[in-house]
Design a protein. Structure first.
Length: 273
């Protein structure tokens, strides 16, 4: 049987998944121009973008600090009636990455709205006043719930601004009950609140450490967590509380402490006796 010639075989038409792969590849190479050309080529062929397409493009522009490009893309998405594709946590986290350096107030507002969505707080809570006045033509009028990445992005900003009180407040009042904080966050807070940090008032840093300790009873911790906390307390000279906390956490979590911490505690006890 004679095989049909290649000239008569139907051409393979790119589909959405193909364009998404190509756009993602261009975005990984930080080639935003190619990514945008692929996007417009896809639309010209009548292929509608999906959530992944938009998130990839926005992430690429955010990584390059192109906040104007992000705003233009949001306007385009809204104009095409696709704003519903933006209402997911991954996309909002990408937008936070973009807005925090250049528009921190806008990013803060988005974060608090995501917290409201996570906790179920009603409009007009102390965290935000914008939700109830959001206009229907705003592509970001409906916030998705915050997740661990959302909190990490926001807390990194707070610590960079030296706003330690707000950081601890968010960990205790929102993350602990609704989104368990990663241990790496605790470790960073404990290190930050050591007396060696000249940007933190010594007495206030110790107070914040005391506030964080009870929450460790609600999560699983590791010897690294124990080390970081107890060393910070000892550096502050709060020996009695450090020893009490050490014993309580070791017993509750069945932790085997690292030897350097045991050696330091042994020296501390000898000095006390």
């Amino acid at each position: 049987m004679e095989r049909p010639s290649l000239a008569h075989q139907p051409a393979i038409q790119p589909q959405l998944v193909t364009y998404n792969i190509l756009i993602h590849t261009a975005a990984m190479a930080r080639d935003i121009l190619t990514a945008q050309r692929l996007y417009h080529s896809m639309l010209a062929k009548g292929i509608r973008a999906d959530e992944y397409t938009y998130t990839t493009l926005l992430h690429c522009m955010a990584a390059m600090g192109d906040d104007h490009g992000v705003d233009d893309m949001l306007t385009h998405i809204q104009r095409d009636g696709n704003a519903h594709l933006l209402q997911n946590t991954v996309t909002w986290n990408v937008l936070l990455t973009c807005y925090y350096p250049a528009h921190p107030e806008k990013a803060d507002n988005m974060f608090h709205r995501m917290c409201d969505a996570l906790t179920g707080r009603t409009m007009g809570s102390e965290c935000t006043e914008t939700t109830e006045t959001a206009e229907k033509d705003d592509p970001l009028h409906a916030a998705p719930p915050a997740d661990g990445t959302t909190f990490q992005l926001h807390l990194d900003q707070l610590l960079d601004r030296h706003d330690y009180d707000t950081a601890v407040q968010i960990v205790l009042e929102t993350m602990v009950p609704f989104c368990p904080p990663p241990l790496a966050l605790y470790h960073r807070l404990f290190d930050t609140l050591k007396p060696s940090n000249a940007l933190v008032d010594r007495a206030h840093g110790l107070t914040l450490l005391h506030q964080l300790v009870p929450s460790l009873k609600m999560i699983d911790i590791t010897p690294v967590t124990l080390d970081t906390l107890i060393h910070a307390l000892l550096d502050h000279g709060d020996t009695v509380f450090a020893l009490e906390t050490f014993v309580q956490l070791c017993q509750q979590h069945n932790i085997t402490p690292h030897q350097p911490l045991l050696d330091r505690l042994h020296t501390v006890i000898q000095r006390m006796s």
